[in-house]
Design a protein around this ligand. Structure first.
Ligand code: PLP
Length: 402
């Protein structure tokens, strides 16, 4: 994989921050966009901006084809049928949508199983649902090395469990969870199985049929696409049986003064004018990722993971959280005696963009006994030289705060 060549596709990487070349290591929050994605959105607005599914005119037909093509690309990318992939605003909306349409499947005394390493978006919607229905939430615990206590899968999931919802790859620890095993135990107990794939889909092949999940949520902006668009996969028979999320235009086939008949999938779950430009941009991001090849991206990131461990571990007082193997290129760490916000702010002075805080995983932070951490997260355009720059920045910061 020619990283130097890839970097040329990302205009923003030429930016300077405070007189330094930008080192962008905040990819778990959002990724940068290649010209191919930016141009696809620009092309839509400049040349065929129209509403979809409604107009007879030429531009509306072009917009409809482009938006539907994007659906085809995204659904194929995750190994689903066309009808099974809905466009949403992103992972958060996908999970809220599920908590809403699954409401009637939950009754008092039922249990929802999550893990301790969930992002807030895979905790709070279930807490709300559990409160409303009198259900109980149980959490699979995290070991000190940042892996899940897999022995708890079969202890916590029982016939009372109606929903198991778990993150594929942790946005804090980088842990890649054993979701196939988790899903198997969920299904043996007749529970639905949901995956938050926000951090995994951008970096590895995720095939919904091979994993055998019932639903899977993801965001375009974490995989080179635009913000405000993402996806929800759902098994066809479930999406057909469940009620719509929102109602109104486009999600209906027929409406009378008395009632309405829902549209075919996936449109049943896409009420109103969707994010057409975003959808088209998402399709362009998929094209780009496929052109580079996820296996090449993964191989490149493995190199960055090895380099990061080797380089950061040499710095005095650094503690890196999360496992050494079966992990993605997301590194959360602290340097003893220095607040994560101070570290991140100093790194910014050197042009290095990292994140500091609780990373929308406050409960996980509590189990780790920390308030916050610095997070450096890598993607296909990052280099080993940038890992070294991060280490240099951290060393300088350590001296300043010593
Ligand atoms: N789940 C995980 C694991 C995440 O990392 C994120 C975002 O950081 C989300 C869910 C929420 O994604 P979004 O903000 O795109 O809805």
């Amino acid at each position: 994989m020619d990283v130097k060549r890839i970097r040329e596709d990302f205009p923003i990487l030429k930016r300077e921050i405070k007189g330094n070349k930008l080192v962008y290591l905040d990819n778990a929050a959002t990724t940068q966009k290649p010209s191919q994605v930016i141009n696809a959105i620009k092309d839509y607005y400049e040349n065929y901006n129209s509403n979809i599914h409604r107009g007879i005119h030429k531009m509306s037909e072009e917009a409809t084809i482009a938006y539907e093509e994007a659906h085809k690309k995204v659904s194929k990318f995750i190994g689903s049928k066309f009808e099974e992939t809905i466009f949403t605003k992103g992972t958060t909306e996908s999970l809220n949508l599920l908590a809403s349409i699954l409401k009637n499947k939950i009754k008092r005394g039922d249990e929802i199983v999550l893990t301790q390493m969930e992002h807030h978006s895979n905790i709070v919607p279930w807490q709300q649902l559990a409160k409303e229905k009198g259900a109980k939430i149980k959490y699979i615990e995290v070991n000190s090395d940042g892996t899940l206590k897999t022995e708890q899968f079969s202890q916590i999931i029982t016939s009372k469990t109606k929903i198991v919802s778990a993150v594929h790859m942790s946005n804090v620890l980088g842990t890649i969870n054993q979701i196939k095993e988790l899903g198997k135990i969920a299904h043996e107990n007749k529970s639905l199985f949901i995956i938050d794939a926000a951090q995994s889909i951008p970096h590895m092949t995720v095939d919904v049929k091979k994993i055998n999940c019932d639903f899977l949520a993801f965001s375009a902006h974490k995989m080179l696409g635009p913000t405000g668009i993402g996806g929800l996969y759902g098994k066809k028979e479930l999406l057909e049986e469940l009620p719509p999320f929102q109602t109104g235009g486009d999600m209906i086939r027929q409406v009378t003064f008395k009632e309405a008949v829902w549209n075919d999938l996936p449109w049943k779950y896409e009420a109103g004018t969707p994010n057409i430009a975003g959808g088209i941009g998402f399709g362009a991001a998929i094209d780009y990722l496929k052109k580079i090849g996820l296996e090449n991206i993964q191989e490149h990131e493995e190199k960055l993971i090895r380099k990061t461990f080797k380089t950061l571990e040499r710095i005095n007082g650094v503690e890196i959280y999360g496992p050494r193997i079966n992990r993605g290129a997301v590194f959360s760490f602290n340097i003893k005696g220095i607040h994560s916000h101070d570290l991140a702010s100093l790194l910014d002075d050197y042009g290095i963009a990292v994140r500091a805080g609780h990373h929308c995983a406050m409960p996980l932070m509590q189990t780790m006994n920390i308030h916050s951490s610095v997070r450096a997260s890598f993607y296909l355009y990052n280099t080993e030289e940038e890992v070294e720059k991060l280490a240099e920045g951290l060393k300088k910061a350590s001296k300043i705060f010593a």
